[in-house]
Design a binder for this molecule. Structure first.
Ligand SMILES: C[S@@+](CC[C@H](N)C(=O)[O-])C[C@H]1O[C@@H](n2cnc3c(N)ncnc32)[C@H](O)[C@@H]1O
Length: 305
């Protein structure tokens, strides 16, 4: 069951009863797409005529792809080839029925979302842009992606690890990392230690998305994971909306929270994956996450920025 809600920036979103979670942060669905996915992607790295290959994992209402398309130049710009992975067709259908959602986007983006909902694909040869949906469980649909060419950008926007651990497992994240082109970037709102450890284990360099406010628990707004370039140049340490991990964040990865989610066959249920991780945590020789929280909650926490 999905219910409609409006977020703080006025943009339309949904809440899922089956996952017991909202689709977007209450700050704003559009704000989140722009600040956590489009800005750190640095689209100006892709000049006119160059291919830009994007994979949008958990397409939902389509905010991340729509915000990316809206941010590309109206004329010229890279040639966009985008794939969306999504289990449920209802979020996009519900969004398109909401006039304020349609009003957020330029006409070609509304046309694209409409075609994706009706036919699962869209192409604009004048703009050299195409988007293709693969409906179903992303773990299986990943195999249907074209074998040629890897992705410059992967947006990972699943429900949180405790609600949807299937899409945060070490194995799934390794598969996504393997799909990244040299200098490719995986972006997610998630800052969980388990997820960061799995991305690092998959050979990616980690960066932290800057929170809007640096108060309280807002120590990171998510993660940027970079595949090194072919010429082994060091990955940039800071960029628009991101910076290297702080000492506090590095220490977080060593705690019990850093034990990864495991789904060896790519078919396990959420309950089985969570249970398996709990057992591994019980025997893990790692510092407790609550001790880490206590250590960093005072002045040191603020000074780390
Ligand atoms: C947080 S929402 C995504 C929000 C979306 N990026 C947007 O801009 O609206 C998570 C999405 O993951 C989808 N989902 C859940 N489990 C999935 C799975 N195993 N494979 C693919 N999609 C899944 C849900 O249907 C939901 O649309």
């Amino acid at each position: 069951m999905l219910s409609a809600r409006f977020t703080a920036d006025g943009s339309f979103s949904l809440h899922s009863d089956s996952f017991a979670e909202s689709f977007h942060s209450s700050d704003g669905a559009l704000e989140e797409a722009n600040s956590k996915f489009v800005l750190p992607a640095q689209l100006d790295r892709f000049p006119d005529g160059r291919d830009l290959r994007v994979l949008d994992v958990c397409f939902g209402l389509g905010y991340n792809t729509a915000a990316l398309m809206s941010a590309l130049p109206h004329r010229g710009g890279p040639s966009l080839q985008c794939w969306g992975l999504e289990l449920d067709r209802a979020p996009l259908r519900l969004a398109l029925a909401e006039p304020t959602f349609q009003a957020l986007w330029p006409p070609h983006v509304v046309a694209c979302l409409g075609a994706l909902s009706a036919e699962g694909c869209w192409q604009d040869s004048d703009r050299q842009q195409s988007v293709q949906m693969l409906w179903g469980d992303a773990r299986q649909q990943l195999r249907q992606l074209p074998a040629d060419g890897r992705f410059d950008l992967i947006f990972l926007d699943a429900f949180s690890p405790s609600k949807c651990p299937q899409l945060w497992s070490e194995e799934f994240l390794q598969s996504l990392a393997d799909l990244l082109a040299p200098s490719g970037r995986l972006l997610t709102y998630c800052r969980a230690a388990a997820v960061r450890n799995s991305l690092r284990h998959a050979g990616l360099a980690l960066r932290s998305l800057l929170p809007k406010s640096r108060e309280g628990s807002a120590w990171s707004a998510g993660t940027l994971a970079l595949r090194p370039s072919d010429d082994h140049q060091p990955c940039p340490v800071i960029g628009p909306g991101w910076r290297g991990l702080s000492a506090m964040e590095e220490e977080h990865l060593q705690t019990c929270a850093g034990v990864p989610y495991r789904d060896p066959t790519g078919t396990d249920s959420a309950a089985l994956i969570l249970n398996r991780r709990q057992q591994e945590q019980a025997f893990a020789d790692r510092p407790s996450t609550s001790a880490w929280q206590r250590k960093w909650q005072g002045g040191e926490f603020r000074r780390s920025y």
